[in-house]
Design a protein around this ligand. Structure first.
Ligand SMILES: *[C@@H]1O[C@H](CO)[C@@H](O)[C@H](O)[C@H]1NC(C)=O
Ligand SMILES: [Fe+2]
Length: 452
């Protein structure tokens, strides 16, 4: 998600390096750098569009970046809608290569919320142009939003051999591949590739991130903490990923000491990823019994603006944590009502289609947890627990919902749910042995059991 923007400059650079057949001479106007004096990549792209408004790939790149980042960030508003329409109109007025046509269609399809179809179009590009970084990264991020973990891995596996070391940015492809391997539990292969990438470019914050995940998934708390500390100087200035890497750092601290008195500074970039990370962190701390007090009031002004977006169910659930945490019924009601409407609307928006079976029960479970109805939480979450992956995000991010289910099961009064917590904890321990957090919950489960 996040990664999307971290690799922004790389993508655009790759576009140029791959020598794509551009339709106009616009290329010469572009300075392909993330030079802040140019306003970063977005500044470059708007200069590019201003210089030649008919340069269709400029539109495809900038719309794609906004949308993909948005899945995580900006609201799908009228302006963006218009930008996509403009891109499509311009594309009809000029002869485009097949590759360019596919890029335009993919971005248009993604904007309509049909992520699987957009991925098919990007994959068509990759079959003929395996070093198209833009198609690679866009599809990778879209798979991430879909929770298509195998595709996230295999999509890169298919093109990986074409990225020979002489091709600029090939080390970043190692990082992208490593993330798909990690999410499908090939931890050793993932760590090996990420380390290779870091040997070439130690500031590759995405490869750092894969290693952070590997330590997280294996409950290697000490190794994780040491790794983050050792590498911090290399990624702390990464504008889009620093905050998320600090979030991973904080996860180790919760594992280790439950109530960390000091959390690493979350230098929020304002990106949506940082907003959902903040919600996730506060929610986890709250489950550990930490009183987070006013902190919810700090995130609510940001999240409440997105109550009606429904761009990603993953984000919706996190926005809801904020309005529930801040005990503000208005954004809670607004989010739930508009999500219900979206779930009943026609169309091919994959998030709206998934809302009925997964998004709404998940959101309702958060509401019930806040309302002190743990039995209802279990009734809602238990039947969908193996489908929550479909709302996207990483295994580590979605673990907040696993934890919620266990906490609710521990609080249950109904005898029907008596052994749910115990069985969930045994499963958790089998998958991720030696987790201090799991051990704490097991101790609690044992106490609850004695009392019954
Ligand atoms: C479980 O009970 C504790 C103590 O009453 C409460 O603070 C917590 O919110 C409850 N959690 C859930 C998920 O029901
Ligand atoms: Fe992550």
């Amino acid at each position: 998600a996040w990664g999307a923007l971290a690799l922004l400059s790389c993508r655009v650079q790759a576009w140029k390096d791959a020598g794509l057949p551009l339709s106009t001479h616009a290329r010469k106007y572009v300075k392909w750098t993330n030079d802040k004096s140019l306003g970063g990549i977005e500044g470059c792209l708007s200069k590019l569009k201003a210089a030649d408004p008919t340069f269709v790939m400029g539109h495809a790149i900038s719309n794609g970046l906004v949308l993909i980042g948005t899945g995580s960030s900006v609201r799908l508003d009228k302006e963006l809608d218009q930008a996509v329409k403009t891109m499509v109109e311009i594309s009809k007025t000029q002869p485009l290569t097949r590759r360019e046509q596919l890029h335009v269609s993919a971005v248009e399809t993604f904007a309509e919320g049909n992520f699987p179809k957009a991925c098919e179009l990007w994959e068509q590009i990759l079959r003929d142009h395996p070093t198209d970084m833009l198609a690679l990264k866009f599809s990778h991020d879209a798979y991430f939003y879909l929770g298509y973990q195998e595709q996230m891995r295999d999509s890169v596996a298919r093109i990986y051999p074409f990225w020979t070391p002489d091709i600029p940015l090939s080390s970043y492809v190692k990082g992208i591949y490593s993330f798909g391997l990690m999410e499908t539990n090939f931890y050793d292969q993932a760590a090996k590739l990420a380390r290779e990438a870091l040997a070439i470019n130690p500031t590759d914050a995405w490869s750092v991130h894969t290693i952070a995940h590997v330590h997280e998934m294996k409950a290697e708390v000490k190794e994780g903490l040491e790794f983050m500390q050792r590498s911090e100087n290399h990624w702390k200035d990464s504008d889009m990923l620093a905050c998320h890497n600090y979030w991973h750092w904080a996860l180790y601290l919760i594992e280790k000491v439950r109530r960390p008195s000091i959390l690493p500074s979350l230098q929020a970039s304002g990106a949506m990823l940082d907003v959902v990370d903040s919600c996730s962190m506060l929610y986890r701390l709250q489950m550990e019994g930490v009183s987070v007090g006013q902190r919810w009031q700090d995130v609510l002004p940001v999240t409440r603006k997105h109550s009606r977006d429904h761009v990603l169910l993953f984000n919706d659930a996190h926005f809801l944590m904020a309005s529930l945490g801040a005990r503000d019924p208005q954004p809670t009601q607004e989010l739930l009502a508009t999500l219900r409407d979206a779930s009943e609307s026609p169309g091919e928006n994959c998030q709206h289609r998934l809302a009925r079976d997964v998004g709404l029960p998940l959101c309702q479970a958060l509401v019930e947890a806040e309302g002190g109805n743990p039995d209802r939480v279990v009734e809602l979450l238990l039947p969908i627990r193996y489908r929550i992956v479909q709302i996207g995000g990483s295994n580590a991010q979605r673990d907040v919902f696993n934890q919620l289910l266990i906490h609710a099961a521990l609080n249950c009064t109904s005898s029907v749910h008596k052994n749910v917590a115990r069985s969930l904890l045994m499963e958790r321990d089998a998958l991720k042995p030696n987790s201090p957090l799991t051990e704490r919950l097991m101790r609690k489960a044992a106490t609850v059991h004695l009392m019954q």
